[in-house]
Ligand binder design. Structure first.
Ligand code: NAP
Length: 336
């Protein structure tokens, strides 16, 4: 008999989450009712925003309830269907449980076009992270040819795409990342003009050298000291795209701030935060552009795939250790 494995939020973490905050439950595979489908998880996405949902602080999305299955982006296969819109065998993507099997009513389940790219890209470059990079950079950053764009968290799922789009737009692109391997990846593989290792380089000196003409657009994924250093180098009329603040997510006592408003003031800079779901109506535009750049080889991507749902928590924690180059995924099972 097939069994289902689910991962529940057992308790709300304080600081960095630990295995104690999660509970693994084995149970019968759920049975879909009339109008529902049973989806077998092939790949699960783990993402930094999930840390925010593990807390009960008020945010743009409701917290994960304690004692219930965690959810995230999934690529799966329909293995049983009582819904006329889905056939057994179809590949789909949706927000589903950290589980081997999930039941859905089919609403908000999107079929994957397997010709657009490998199915995993629906969770990465052709999914939520790719769209985040696309809309954040182009709609808020508005990069112009010849300008300098700095991206923090540059070797991750969102940052690596944001930097490459900035290159397509004719900018000088500088990435900030946390290891020499990542710095080399950005320059040698993705074609960034320069990259800085924020863990070992003198950040202020390295940014000065990498951005001789200052910074016009800063795509910020991390916040904290890295962002402070970039803000000291912004040009007049700079645009700061506030995408993520991962350096803050596990702090037990959040940094006070913002501290650098004088710098923003004297440079007439703009800082704007956004949530990718605000662009849901324009998702097709983003997917089409990203798919075309992918087909043309103008955007490359990497995936860091951990094997087995039982390792999903560690894969999630790896995001905060910087384990991943590109999109962090969990391979749960193969299609039938
Ligand atoms: N606004 C939105 O709608 C939206 C949507 C998706 C994602 N986001 C945000 O975008 C950011 C990137 O998300 P992603 O999915 O692409 O993740 P990711 O960049 O693939 O993975 C996280 C990376 O963050 C870096 N990191 C971890 N802790 C750090 C710290 N304390 N200081 C500096 N860097 C740290 C690590 O790389 P290093 O080795 O370089 O440290 C790690 O690999 C996150 O902040 C996320 O919350 C926002």
């Amino acid at each position: 008999m097939k069994k289902n494995l689910k991962i529940l939020l057992k308790s709300r973490p304080t600081g960095m989450p630990t295995m104690e905050n999660f509970q693994f439950v084995e149970e019968e595979v759920p049975v879909p009712k009339d109008g529902e489908i049973l989806i077998k998880t092939l790949y699960l996405s783990v993402d930094p925003y999930m840390r925010g949902r593990m807390s009960d602080a008020k945010s743009y999305v409701a917290p994960f309830p304690v004692g219930e299955v965690l959810t995230g982006g999934v690529v799966g296969q329909v293995v049983e269907s009582h819904n006329e819109n889905f056939r057994v065998g179809e590949l789909v993507t949706a927000e589903l449980g950290w589980a081997r099997y999930s039941v859905s009513d089919g609403q908000k389940v999107r079929k994957i076009d397997p010709t657009a790219g490998p199915i995993t890209t629906a969770l990465g470059v052709l999914g939520m992270p790719g769209l985040t990079a696309y809309f954040g950079l182009l709609d808020i950053g508005k990069p112009q040819p010849g300008e300098t764009v700095v991206v923090s968290g540059a070797a991750g799922a969102v940052g690596s795409v944001a930097g490459q789009i900035a290159k397509i737009k004719g900018c000088r692109v500088v990435g900030i990342a946390g290891s020499e391997t990542k710095v080399r990846y950005l320059v040698d593989e993705l074609g960034f003009d320069a990259a800085v290792n924020y863990k070992t380089d003198n950040l202020h000196a390295a940014l000065k050298e990498a951005c001789p003409n200052g910074v016009d657009v800063y795509f910020d994924n991390v916040g904290g000291d890295v962002t402070d250093a970039v803000i000291y180098r912004i040009n007049t009329n700079a645009r700061i795209v506030l995408c993520g603040q991962i350096a803050q997510y596990n702090l037990e006592k959040v940094d006070v701030g913002p501290r650098l408003f004088t710098q923003l003031l004297i440079k007439s800079a703009m800082v704007k935060g956004f949530i990718v779901t605000q662009y849901a109506q324009r998702a097709n535009e983003g997917i089409q552009a990203l798919s075309q750049w992918l087909r043309e080889g103008r955007i490359k991507y990497s995936e860091h795939i951990v094997e087995g749902l039982e390792n999903a928590v560690d894969a999630f924690l790896g995001l905060f250790r910087g384990d991943n180059i590109g999109k962090q995924l969990v391979h749960v099972s193969d299609p039938e």
